[in-house]
Design a protein around this ligand. Sequence first.
Ligand SMILES: [Zn+2]
Length: 715
Amino acid sequence: MLAVSHPREFQICNEFLSLSTLIVRANVSGMESQRHGKSLVWFLMAAASLAAQEQGEERVWTVSNDVITARYRLAAATERFRLESIVNNATGDVWTVPADADLSPINFSTSTGTIDGRTPMRLVESRLESIARGGSRTRIVLRDTGEQFEFTLDLEVWPRQPALRQSLHIVPLGRAALIRAVDFMPWQFSGAGGSFRTYQVNQWAIIPQPVNFEPVETKLSPEGIPQTVSSGSGAPQCAWLALRDRQDRGLFWGWEFDGRAKVSIQHDAQQDRITVTSAITELNHPVAAGETFEVPASFIGTFQGDWDEAGYGTQRFAEAAIAATAPDGVRFPYAVWDSWGYQKEIDEVVLRRNAELAAQAGLELFVVDLGWAPQIGDWVEDPKKFPSGLRALSDYVHSLGMKFGLHFVPTEAAPESAVLQEHPDWVSSETYYYHGAVSLCPGHKPVREWVLKEVLKIIDNYNVDWILQDGQTLVKYCNRTDHTHAADDSNYSNSVDGIDWIVAEARRLRPNTVWENCANGGSMMTFQMLRNYVTSITNDASGSLGARQGMFGATFPFPPRYADRYMPDSKLNSYVTRSFMFGGPWVFMNRLPEMPEEDLRFAQTEISRFKGFRDEVRDGKIFHLTPRPEEGVVDAVQTVEEGEAVAVVTRDQSASPNFVLRLRGLNDGLVYIVTFADDPRVLTMTGRQLMGPGIPINFDQSRDAEIVYARPLPQ
Ligand SMILES: [Zn+2]
């Protein structure tokens, strides 16, 4: 990449490399201090490098940590503000922005004009700030020279994380603006003559066609034909994209927007460039003078390797920088019981009996699903089902040592509910028919304020630790003219100002209650979702194979704790339990009092196995050892955490009962002890053997599963 033809660019790269070397050194010494609890040293060193670069006529900002460096420039001659390059410090790979690129991180249109990389800018101020979780933020405040807008661009990095987060706030000066389009991820890089593949992952949906987290790899056309990711609530794909070339140099992107958005990537080999553009669907957002328009934040990261590497970089960055903090430390992800095995036929007698058995089996969170209230929207317990009150059940669950979870539907209400009797105008213009309810419009201010009040009430009244949020499509479409949002701005209003606001406010006001994302399945798989929820459903109780398929795809973009799985099966065996064991919370929907004693004992053993390696899955590097699970083959998924590996290997009616498991991510020269959940063998093998010739596995049943552990011998 350094051999670019333009001599000026070459000089910049050279100067830049020596500069980044200096910064890497500064940061490495800073990190050492940080281990001794002095993160301030790192911050001051970075601040010193920032100050040094702001001297002189040109304004240059180097945003850097130990693994990634991005360089921005406000050119004195042209008054243009742009990104110049992104560097993977570990490999030295440089992703260079073409000198003639018009792209800038500030790129949007209003009803009266467009602001982009060609717009002359002046600097108002810039500074380096220390932010949460040990990160650092370079804040650059600019105005266009026409003084129409002020822009606050935040560029954020966290130690050891190979990604840069970018967010932009726009404030109209003097007069109001109608924001009509915004490119929240404008990127362009020289392609250096390479050829590229992209990777994206579907969400969960039943309609218009069934999808279940299928990863999609595409060879990017060198003729500029774009590959598109359509993301957000109810969209076909997760809000994530990865790119790599033939040398396995790669970039990944994720974006924090729950509404519908499109991100496109194209490769124009003739022009030698890769271009990423993005758009928010149907944006028409009025912003008064002096008020702020929040552009969806996003991140870009670098990696070297395969799609598992892209996923690993994304996941660790998301955990370090974005994701809602997991509750309960080592006890998360929980082993969970959920009442949906009874559908809505629940009452306090049935639930208390299940709670006793759930606690005995080792389950840690007890969730009362849909059916506890008289109807959707009337958020008090049904007195016929709970004559002693739902709080009494919650207290009982807590007395058994479990957390108490409750199902809640923020954006729907039954037509006969009190809220809709009183406020029939609160419904959205389009309804989504969730269990007979009609849809509310949280883009309308009185609606979201009411929803917030209701959820705070149930948290307080019933002492709720966990909200299982559900509904059908959380970002509604509404073009009503009698709501507080603009009639043609439903997508942004119902996401940023609607569901996102409700959950963020509820979490701020009741920080001890965490949220699970569900909307009849994992259909809002975005990095904004990660900010508000501690986990997400993948697919909605669609069986053993479906559970493995959903987990397989979701664990590319998202940390594994965001792949929770609902187990509807009433008859348990190791094929069933292990199909649900790898990922985030493991949710039993079984009617426990109806289970045979031997199944309950088996469940107890399997739950303790899950607890034995859940932290390794949560914190580890995930390897997808086989293609996506299907009938007729064996599939395997693995984690490596602090040198220890755990793999779940599942036979789904493959012709042969034999399979050779080849682990990954181990140390060639170390010796490992290999044990199994079922197989009594104890093997001693080197990392080289485990990753090369592999471990022979023999299955007893045509549907069967084994857990394989490889732990290094102490040296
Ligand atoms: Zn509305």
